[in-house]
Structure formats: C-alpha cells, structure tokens
Design a protein. Structure first.
Length: 302
C-alpha cells in the first residue's frame, strides 16, 4: 500500500463524516456516515464492504470468514472484477476475476455534499499488473453513498494498442433466506449456464427462484429486483454499460468447499453482478473508455 493512514486522513480532512480505520493492520477502510446511510469501503480493491440506509439491516453480504489480507480476494460487498471476469480467457493459471479486486487503489478524493458522500479511487498499471495484463489503463471507481448506493467503474485505455476486457461489479446481496426470494428482471432473456458443458443459451421463462446452485450469465440489459419475503423488502440493482447480468449462488456443497464461507452461508446471499461477461466484452481502443455502473437500493415489498 503506497498511501499511509496519514495520507488518507489528510485527503479526507474537513469531512468528519468520512474517517479512516484499520480493522486489520495494513488494511485501511473508510467509514462513511451520511445523514441517510452508512458504508465501509476498503482501499484494497476499492471494495464497498457494507452499505445500508439508516435503521435498515445490511443490504450487502460479507462473509464472517472473509479475509482482510492484501493480495487476497475478500468475500463479500462489491468486489470489482477486471480486466477479466471468471477465469482468464487463455490462461487459467492467472487469478480468477482479474487483479483489480486484489490490489490497493489510490484514494483521490472524498467529500459529503448534502446527503451524498462521494469517494473516488484510481488504479493504474505497475510491474505486477503488467506481468498479468501487458496493457496500459486507468481505472476510476466513483462510489456515491446516499439513500442509494452507486458504484461507477470507468476504464480507459491509456496505451497504444486496442484490447478487450470483461468485468463485473460482483455484488453480494444479503437475504433473509435464499429460498424465500423471487428474482425479477431476467425473465424473457437468455442465459449461459456456467455449470453445464452446453454453452447454448437457455431461455428464462419465469422469474427466478433459487432452489439449488446457480451460476449463470444472463444476456440482459435490464435492472433486477429481488423480492425478499423474509425481510419484507425488495432490493433493486439498476445498471448501465452492461449487457450481461451474472447470478451466482454456490448452494450447499460448494459453500462447504469455499474456505472463506461458512457452510450455511449460501442461504444468506445471492450475487447479482452488473457485468461485461460472456460475449459482452467491450473493446477499448487507444484513449477509448467504457463505463460500467450499478445503483442499488431498497423498495417496499409489493
Ligand atoms: C461468480 C462466478 O461471478 O463468482 C462463479 O460466476 C464463481 O463461477 C464466483 O465461482 C466466485 O468467484 P470467486 O473467485 O470470488 O470465488
């Protein structure tokens, strides 16, 4: 980490609603308290860990076994997957979901205007990223915390060669119970089932109810609404710059295999990821850019 706690505190000086703490040594986070909500954001991965409107239970799920270890993916909140989603297209030995989630980002600014806190982070290449991805880029993550949560990832090609990327805002949503939700917004679209060898797109006829392992890339530009019957609320996930939505839940057996997840954790979350995945892989030309954005919030259950 190149920015010290003193550096971070100096950038946030004058905004007492944004403070820096270190839940683990060498793993700083920004604690945000707005008049309408609260959030925690890690410098590692520019990863939103928690967010909820005041007096509401958590909207994001974080595994109680999540590791706050530099260079390791932290299971929960909103990891940013970039410059590839899932396995690297040619080299499965490279880290899953790219490197953006396992690097420290630079804090550029943080402020609070009215009810809205805005925090901006940046990531640029270094020798380690060049070894994994030999291109130049500038990533800017702008996180707006208010009565809704907005995460905007701007990716810019600062080099001289074109390249393709895939990515995801890999949102872990906290649930009352996985079997007591209805996921709306994917009905009528096609998905590729990542659990099947058959990569032929499958038509989604109905709203989704999850009764087993799911790992799907939906070809969809629509927002998703999760009706959570146990929590008497709906959670919406709006998006822009994305033609694919990933829905993932590891279910019983895989939860046991995932070391940083309690065995029964699969009941408490679903990932709904605003993505550029599958055939949705934007090309970044020299000086070209692409923006992936998600907005998450609560609605009454209807
Ligand atoms: C999802 C993928 O986005 O992330 C799944 O579709 C994957 O295939 C899951 O298992 C979790 O990935 P990771 O690397 O954070 O364990």
């Amino acid at each position: 980490m190149s920015q010290t706690i003193e550096d971070l505190t100096a950038i946030l000086e004058g905004t007492p609603e944004l403070t820096v703490s270190e839940p683990e040594p060498g793993f700083p986070v920004i604690d945000v308290q707005t008049p309408v909500s609260a959030a925690t954001i890690a410098l590692h991965g520019a990863q939103v860990l928690t967010w909820a409107p005041t007096d509401h239970p958590p909207v994001l799920y974080v595994s109680p076994k999540a590791r706050m270890t530099p260079g390791t993916a932290l299971r929960g909140g909103i990891p940013i997957c970039w410059p590839w989603f899932g396995n690297h297209p040619e080299d499965p030995a490279k880290p899953a979901h790219g490197f953006a989630r396992t690097r420290f980002w630079e804090l550029v600014s943080g402020d609070l205007v009215g009810k809205v806190a805005t925090i901006v982070f940046k990531l640029v290449p270094d020798e380690e990223t060049k070894a994994l991805f030999p291109y130049d880029f500038e990533l800017t993550a702008t996180i707006r915390i208010a009565d809704k949560l907005r995460v905007k990832l701007q990716m810019r090609n600062t080099g001289e060669e074109s390249y393709q990327v895939s990515s995801a805002l890999h949102t872990y949503l906290s649930l009352g119970d996985i079997e007591r939700i209805q996921l709306e917004g994917v009905k009528g679209s096609h998905y590729v089932d990542q659990l099947s060898d058959d990569k032929e797109p499958v038509y989604q006829e109905k709203n989704l109810q999850i009764k087993g392992e799911v790992d799907r890339i939906y070809q969809s530009m629509s927002s998703v609404l999760i009706r959570d019957l146990d929590r008497f609320r709906s959670v919406f996930v709006d998006k822009a710059g994305s033609r694919s939505t990933v829905v993932w839940n590891p279910w019983k057996e895989k939860s046991k295999e995932i070391k940083d997840l309690p065995d029964k954790a699969y009941r408490e979350f679903v990932c709904v990821e605003c993505a550029n995945a599958g055939t949705d892989r934007p090309t970044l030309r020299p000086n070209g850019s692409h923006t992936l954005e998600t907005v998450i919030g609560l609605r009454p259950l209807n």
